[in-house]
Design a binder for this molecule. Structure first.
Ligand code: SF4
Ligand code: SF4
Length: 358
């Protein structure tokens, strides 16, 4: 099985200490033991390309901080893995960060993806820890070796807060903000209209910011370098080991199939248990890999038409796994996701037309 990995994610635990409104994960007391992680690292040691990411994901992965420390130490002392110059990433809600953890993340140059919804945080992520989370955000901004990015998720009810939330995070000092939408709340025409107004307002603000600083701190506005058809990296450059020890092409496949365990497509995208996989890596897995290779935008379809007939085909990148949370089929995109893509597509295009002429 030929693999060239840019990302191996460990889904450390399904437990979480918060209860976000748009969370699509099932919370169970399952966690990934270090022995499974070690098995995966040993097995894939020759597949990593230099600088590939080892990701820690949950639930809330900091509930398993000891496992993170053991993994980093194991890689540091491993003769092959050490030479790969692997990097680390952590997706966290920020509520369990302590001085010790921050020192560790800084010392090991982590990319930290902090879930924070800006001014909508109190609505979508209600918690008594929200002021502590903001303090932790401020502390991470000051730590030079932590590469901080934020991920904000908006639901239809908070669509009207997108602009001020993004501005709030930028003014706090975040310079890599990503704005996303909840995949479990279908968006109606009223909330889509509100979203359009917000993205338009953000575009104008960002243009002003760009002319002053020549920086684009909102990931959604950073241009894709080439107009090439989007393909899903799952199973090709990416793998994820779920908390129950099963191997998938990407963490979102693990999440999706964990939420629907009798799904007919499980065999199509699941590599099975890691312990069995290492014993027989070739058996059946080329068929699964081929299924992942089929996941290119031109093969997806929306509720109305195949993507290959869409005028935005070469600009669109729809995640086939997260879309399935709404439609029940990998690669089938709900109409409201197409509408959201369209909003961003036109605003990003307007932004670049104005930025280039300035
Ligand atoms: S906008 Fe919708 S139909 Fe068009 S390429 Fe994207 S997902 Fe497919
Ligand atoms: S498109 Fe979605 S499923 Fe594919 S690699 Fe990206 S996040 Fe994972």
């Amino acid at each position: 099985m030929e693999l060239y990995l840019s990302d191996l994610t460990f889904h450390l635990t399904e437990e979480c200490n918060l209860d976000c409104r748009y969370c699509f994960q099932k919370k169970r007391s399952r966690s990934l033991g270090f022995s499974s992680i070690r098995k995966a690292l040993d097995f894939f040691q020759d597949a990593f390309h230099p600088g590939a990411f080892i990701g820690f994901y949950g639930g809330e992965p900091l509930l398993e901080f000891e496992t993170i420390c053991r993994t980093v130490a194991y890689i540091r002392n491993h003769s092959t893995l050490r030479r790969r110059k692997l990097r680390y990433s952590l997706s966290t809600n920020g509520s369990l960060l302590t001085d010790e953890i921050l020192r560790f993340l800084n010392a090991n140059k982590f990319r930290v993806n902090l879930s924070h919804d800006g001014t909508a945080q109190g609505t979508t992520r209600p918690s008594r820890k929200n002021s502590l989370i903001l303090e932790n955000l401020d502390r991470m901004i000051k730590l030079k070796n932590i590469e901080l990015e934020t991920n904000s998720v908006f639901v239809p009810a908070t669509a009207g807060e997108l602009f001020q939330s993004a501005r709030f995070l930028l003014e706090r000092g975040v310079n890599d903000c990503h704005l996303n939408y909840s995949i479990i709340h279908p968006w109606d025409s009223v909330s889509l209209k509100r979203l359009r107004e917000q993205v338009e307002e953000l575009r104008k603000f960002l243009l002003w910011h760009y002319r002053r600083h020549y920086a684009i701190p909102i990931g959604n506005f950073q241009e894709r370098p080439l107009q090439a058809m989007f393909w899903c990296a799952a199973g090709q450059e990416r793998l994820a080991l779920a908390a129950d020890g099963r191997l998938w092409g990407c963490r979102f496949f693990a999440d999706y199939f964990a939420s629907s365990s009798s799904h007919s497509e499980i065999g199509k995208y699941g590599f099975g248990d890691m312990r069995e996989f290492v014993k027989n890596p070739r058996e059946d897995h080329s068929a699964v890999l081929n299924n992942y290779r089929e996941l290119i935008q031109g093969r997806f379809h929306s509720e109305q038409k195949p993507c290959r007939r869409c005028s935005r085909l070469l600009y669109c990148s729809a995640c086939p796994a997260t879309a399935a949370f709404c439609t029940g089929t990998i690669g089938k995109i709900p109409a409201w996701i197409c509408d959201i893509k369209k909003i961003w597509f036109y605003e990003v295009r307007k932004f670049w037309a104005a930025a280039r002429s300035s």
